[in-house]
Design a binder for this molecule. Structure first.
Ligand SMILES: Nc1ncnc2c1ncn2[C@@H]1O[C@H](COP(=O)(O)OP(=O)(O)OP(=O)(O)O)[C@@H](O)[C@H]1O
Ligand SMILES: [Mg+2]
Length: 202
């Protein structure tokens, strides 16, 4: 079987993690071996960098470089080997998040991240990206009761609006790869939209 790389994206609290296990089961029920992972993180070094980047104040360029350093480790030690073994790799966030947060949110030029993307990914792109779209104020309401906020979640409303807009711009530019899921619907409806999408995609 051919490896398959799927990523989940969206603002903090949009609902990505809520569908991870279901998504994994959807593929397992079709006889696939699934590897669930996340960014930043996914490897021992990546998880250390995640701790750093989510909690330690740093310059925007430093932040982007740390994200891509963690990503290189993730790609080389987990993603590529799993894909080569024919597995389905599902990552909770990937490079679209860097463009959304570091470019959209923090204002770094996209050209800089495009260079890093070429260096670190050497052509690797997700086969499918599920973008959970949700108004940031609703996402914040959902998260408020869930857990303590990290460095990104503590950013102001306009930061999250820019992140959302950057995600939607990318989805419009790459409609074949990036599919928008309406994250504002009740959980069961989001799941049936997801199921319909997968059935027509697979
Ligand atoms: N469709 C939905 N309707 C109502 N609440 C939802 C819905 N989807 C998720 N939630 C709730 O919203 C909160 C955030 O969801 P979740 O953790 O899946 O978001 P996330 O996108 O993974 O966030 P983060 O980027 O911060 O990890 C959770 O408490 C979850 O139970
Ligand atoms: Mg999550």
């Amino acid at each position: 079987m051919q490896g398959c790389f799927i990523t989940l994206e969206g603002v903090d609290g949009a609902g990505k993690s809520s569908h991870l296990d279901w998504l994994a089961d959807w593929f397992r029920n079709r006889g696939r071996t699934v590897r669930l992972t996340r960014e930043p993180g996914g490897t021992p070094i990546g998880e250390k960098l995640r701790e750093l980047v989510l909690h330690q104040p740093m310059q925007p360029d430093t932040e982007a470089l740390v994200m891509f350093a963690a990503r290189r480790e993730h790609i080389e030690t987990l993603i590529r080997p799993a894909l080569a073994a024919g597995e389905v790799v599902i990552s909770d966030r990937f490079t679209d998040a860097s463009f959304a947060y570091q470019c959209g949110g923090r204002g770094l030029p996209e050209s800089r991240l495009e260079l890093l993307e070429q260096w670190v990914q050497e052509g690797l792109q997700p086969d499918l990206t599920l973008l959970f779209d949700l108004a940031p104020e609703e996402a914040a309401r959902r998260l408020a009761s869930a857990r303590d906020p990290d460095r990104f979640e503590r950013e102001r409303r306009d930061f999250h609006e820019r992140v959302r807009d950057a995600y939607l711009r990318r989805a419009r530019a790459q409609p074949e790869r990036i599919r928008i899921i309406d994250g504002g619907r009740p959980l069961a409806e989001v799941r049936s939209q997801l199921q319909r999408l997968l059935e027509s995609w697979a």
